[in-house]
Write a protein that binds this ligand. Structure first.
Ligand code: ADP
Ligand code: ZN
Length: 740
């Protein structure tokens, strides 16, 4: 038999080796192999029959690095599915499944020498030692008095080597090597207090019951979509379900969008399981290689039984998995933006199916993909409709910025009178506020500040992208072009323009209007310094700050009881990006941000500023009405054959050489069109909305099909028989979320 081996190291080298007799090699095993004149380590991808045609003898494997496979059969199967579905190499997938830190040899477990007391000497012997060998006597006394009769050799200080040796020789102690864990939490600043389970309300109890039923019979169970309004107590349901999985002797995997942005979810898991703290592993992106190595092995050996992490934690090697929880399942950050371009949520669902184990997806604003899966009966829907703390949902007011603009003489209004008054009230009452600013859309659209009109494609119902270089508007889905209007087609105001401002500008305006207020910014710029985010959030929590100004970074999972006002400054900006998911994203964002208000005993209020007050995303978010929103949005998706009614992929070519990138994609387009599978829609070759990025020119084609596999296979086949110029990079992104 032969083994196909992925060699460790930065380049994706894959070679076949013959398996010597007597060596039990399985897929997922770590092996040592000859490579040129040296020896190297690698991972076995698969085992196969030798190729009868081969006219050369393969070299033999040298040995096994670990006696057992490091990758479980389920994870190998999941990996193979990813490679097939997303059209990426199995090598790139294995690199994600088995992180670099685990593959490289330098990161082997850290050990220390420990002296263990074997047999305490008798009184007479001790007295003799005290006189003749004081060092030996001192060591023995320390050992006898230590709690577990063992001491790290390093802790004894220098100059004890001879004494230790003598003690070992006389059988008093033994010297052993012991693994030490590089504990990433060792210098954590705050103490974790235990937080006891709460008695569940009837809706929560029903949700827990559904999860327990799934855990009892995971083969029959469907994935559960837990749709609970913000503050409905989803986290409490997760915690109690996790506890039950542990009680059953199973392990639990919890995926969150980003660890640093969901500190409170992580904290709540830690405090609920404070008594078994060392069984909880948090996979931060900032773990050192050594820490990652140790955590990975702790998980694999079943020592860490609850794992919390972002996207890549979906590959955590937990044995006996009983439950996977994906919190905020609608978040885009679950999609990986470099190879392999998998979606962490979808891979989690698949892994749960292969394990098998119970699967729970939670959100207040589920993705329409998951919602559609409920409608078709693939998922089971469970709802929490009330806030768990008995509070009512915050009151949301919409402010029409076209009127504010009319009141001003030129310029862009930033703070409406209504929002300013509301902020002043909070300051007087000693309550806190959050101001949310939409990050600029990735591409520019044209919007009239007088009437709110946005230039859209008549065929695709997405905003047109403004290309400054040649002064035209382009639909990046179908290629429709339009000239830039000199005045608004709707109200004829000539002020149609591109607008936008940043958090810094907001800070300036606030400083002028509310001179006594203390405020802080949270955005990518302000958060560059290490721990800046943690420190700012802490200052806000302890009320050293009255007003927190932030971008998307503050939309997720933050929970501050004293916040009674949330202002959304420019609800439109995300709405008019040239992306068919713009409405969905805006609805999600507004609902999530609004959910930050009134999380304590005080009632919350939300003020939304917008130039398009009648847009459905804004109106449904105002009423906290997911059903109403999804109904109209699904109608639109069906009409235009967008996801979830079809799969949508993007093929991008980029190069420092503009023509070459475009020409390469045109060649691919011709070949893709040749025998286009039935029902597949092939878009035109178009400049990407961000045509120039990092010094490269980018062009793209959008493809749609009802059948995911057909789409991937067709593109892969064309790519395989097309030789690309060296300086052009072509990227295929299946189920793409990012069209920039
Ligand atoms: P979600 O995760 O759905 O946003 P949380 O789990 O954060 O909601 O719950 C919101 C608040 O309600 C938290 O302060 C939580 O402690 C509280 N809570 C949750 N469940 C209960 C319950 N059964 N009884 C009382 N309070 C609860
Ligand atoms: Zn179009």
């Amino acid at each position: 038999m032969n083994a196909r081996v992925l060699i460790d190291g930065p380049s994706e080298l894959v070679f076949d080796y013959a398996i010597p007799a007597g060596l039990d090699v399985q897929p997922g095993c770590r092996v040592r192999v000859p490579l040129r004149r040296k020896s190297a380590t690698g991972t076995v991808l698969s085992i196969g029959e030798p190729d009868a045609q081969a006219d050369f003898a393969l070299r033999e494997l040298e040995s096994l690095v670990d006696p057992e496979p490091l990758i479980t059969p389920v994870l190998l199967k999941t990996g193979a599915w990813i490679a097939d579905y997303y059209g990426c190499s199995i090598e790139s997938v294995i690199r994600s499944v088995l992180p670099e830190s685990v593959r490289t040899e330098e990161n082997s477990a850290k050990t220390r020498r420990v002296a263990v007391l074997v047999a305490a000497p008798e009184e007479a012997v001790l007295e003799k030692l005290a006189k003749r060998a004081p060092r030996q006597h001192a060591i023995v006394s320390l050992l006898v008095n230590s709690a577990d009769q063992r001491l790290a050799v390093a802790d004894l200080g220098d100059g004890n080597a001879a004494a230790l040796k003598a003690l070992e020789k006389s059988g008093v102690i033994s010297l052993v090597a012991e693994e030490v864990r590089r504990d990433p939490e060792a210098d954590a600043i705050d103490e974790i207090l235990e937080f006891k389970p709460l008695p569940l309300n009837p809706e929560q109890a029903e949700a827990l019951e559904a999860i327990l039923t799934a855990m009892a019979d995971p083969v029959a169970a469907k994935p559960i979509l837990l749709l609970g309004v913000t503050g409905s107590g989803k986290t409490e349901v997760y915690l109690q379900a996790a506890q039950r999985a542990l009680d059953m002797g199973k392990t639990v995997l919890v995926l969150v969008p980003e660890i640093s942005l969901t500190p409170q979810t992580v904290r709540r898991f830690k405090s609920r399981f404070a008594a078994i703290q060392d069984q909880v592993a948090v996979l931060h992106s900032n773990l050192s290689q050594g820490e990652r190595f140790d955590e990975w092995h702790r998980i694999r050996k079943g020592k860490a039984r609850i794992v919390i992490g972002a996207r890549s934690a979906v590959f955590a090697p937990l044995p006996d998995l009983g439950l996977i929880l994906v919190d905020e399942e609608h978040e885009n950050s679950y999609k990986q933006e470099n190879p392999p371009r998998y979606h962490g949520r979808d891979v989690a669902v698949l892994r749960a199916h292969f394990e098998p184990c119970a699967m729970v997806l939670g959100s207040a604003t589920p993705s329409l993909e998951s919602w559609h899966n409920c409608e078709t009966g693939k998922y089971q829907l469970v709802r929490l409709t009330q806030r768990a703390d008995g509070q009512s949902m915050p009151l949301v007011r919409v402010v029409d910025m076209r009127l504010e603009k009319a009141k001003m003489k030129g310029g862009t209004p930033i703070l409406s009178d209504k929002l300013r008054t509301a902020l002043e009230q909070r300051l007087e009452r000693g309550e806190q506020s959050i101001l949310f600013l939409n990050r600029r859309g990735f591409a520019r659209s044209l919007q009239c500040p007088a009437c709110g009109y946005v230039c859209q494609c008549p065929h695709c119902a997405v905003a047109l992208t403004y290309h400054r270089t040649d002064e035209r508007l382009v639909c990046h889905v179908c290629g429709h072009q339009a000239i830039v209007p000199r005045k608004c087609p709707e109200c004829h105001d000539p002020a149609i323009l591109l607008q936008g401002y940043g958090t810094q500008k907001v800070e300036e305006v606030l400083a002028r209007l509310l001179p006594t207020a203390k405020f802080a910014r949270i955005d990518a710029d302000a958060m560059r310094r290490k721990h800046a985010l943690r420190d700012t959030l802490h200052a806000f929590k302890t009320h050293k700050i009255d007003i927190l100004i932030g971008t998307q970074m503050i939309a997720k999972g933050l929970h501050f009881p004293n916040v009674t006002l949330v202002g959304i400054l420019n609800a439109d900006l995300g709405l008019h990006v040239p992306d068919f998911r713009a409405g969905e994203r805006t609805f999600q964002l507004l609902t999530q941000v609004a959910g930050r208000a009134g999380r304590g005993d005080l009632a919350g209020e939300v003020i939304v500023q917008t130039f398009t007050p009648h847009s459905p995303s804004i109106q449904y978010a105002r009423k906290h009405d997911f059903d109403g929103f999804s109904e109209q949005e699904m109608d639109f998706r069906r009409q235009f054959s967008y996801p979830p009614y079809a799969h949508c992929a993007v093929l991008t070519a980029r190069s420092t050489h503009e023509r070459r990138a475009e020409f390469t994609l045109q060649t691919l387009h011709l070949r893709l069109a040749e025998d286009l599978p039935q029902g597949m829609v092939l878009g035109e070759v178009l400049p990407s909305p961000l045509i120039r990025s990092h010094g490269q020119f980018r062009f793209q084609i959008t493809l749609r099909s009802h059948r995911a596999r057909t789409l991937t296979k067709h593109v892969q086949a064309v790519l395989a028989r097309t030789s690309l110029p060296d300086d052009v990079i072509v990227v295929f992104d299946m189920d793409a979320l990012n069209f920039s």
